[in-house]
Write a protein that binds this ligand. Structure first.
Ligand SMILES: Cc1cc2nc3c(=O)[nH]c(=O)nc-3n(C[C@H](O)[C@H](O)[C@H](O)COP(=O)(O)O)c2cc1C
Length: 191
């Protein structure tokens, strides 16, 4: 274990979704290590029900072009200046991983696979955080748009469940308060 690694607890408590990146590139090897290590997520039947479409470094330019089209449509009422501000959300992350899951026709397996892929995503976010890289799991509606799916090579029985943005950041995001355990736990038999 890397001596400087956060404890699991610290990583879970300290990690925040990063929504403002500073534009610094994420190194491909670092990203690939994160995505490799994240595969130790629990998954039923060892189905490993995820695949990823990644953009890092040279792939980003083409991805930005595709994202721009969806951004322009989403923010169609904004002035050029405001649109440029919004587009920063797309161009400042240092890397992207789109998480794609096969949609099993069996409901139980489909649920398990979504849950396993979600575990994969959280693993990746925590592993990145441990290396000083922020991440944000995003689900913009265009993930289901035929044109976007086609751009990513997503097949018919697949779904993009996450646009996972990675990047370096200058400001630590603030945590919103969460309910305490007493508020969401009841004990069996107490009704
Ligand atoms: C399934 C899922 C979808 C999310 N989609 C978005 C999104 O579309 N845009 C966004 O800004 N954040 C998105 N988030 C990030 C949440 O806003 C973030 O996790 C939440 O504010 C809690 O903050 P924290 O992750 O720092 O604890 C998503 C998170 C999850 C788990």
């Amino acid at each position: 274990m890397n001596e400087q690694s956060l404890s699991v607890r610290d990583a879970i408590l300290q990690r925040r979704s990063v929504k403002v990146f500073n534009g610094q590139p994420v190194e491909r090897d670092t990203l690939m290590t994160v995505l490799e290590d994240a595969k130790w997520a629990p998954n039923h039947g060892n189905r490993e029900p995820w695949r990823l479409v990644v953009a890092c470094g040279r792939e980003l330019t083409e991805l930005h072009t595709v994202l721009r089209e969806f951004g322009v449509a989403k923010w169609k009422d904004l002035s050029e200046d405001d649109l440029a501000k919004q587009m920063k959300k797309f161009v400042t992350p240092g890397a992207y991983a789109f998480v794609v899951v096969s949609e099993d026709v069996r409901q139980k397996e489909r649920l398990e696979d979504f849950a396993a892929a979600s575990s994969y995503i959280q693993n990746a976010q925590l592993l990145a955080w441990d290396l000083g890289i922020g991440a944000c799991w995003k689900t913009p509606p265009f993930l289901d748009a035929p044109k976007f799916r086609e751009a990513l090579g997503v097949k018919k029985a697949e779904r993009i469940i996450s646009m996972l943005q990675f990047g370096y950041f200058d400001e630590m995001p603030k945590a919103k308060p969460r309910k305490s355990v007493e508020e969401f736990v009841t004990f069996f038999g107490s009704k």
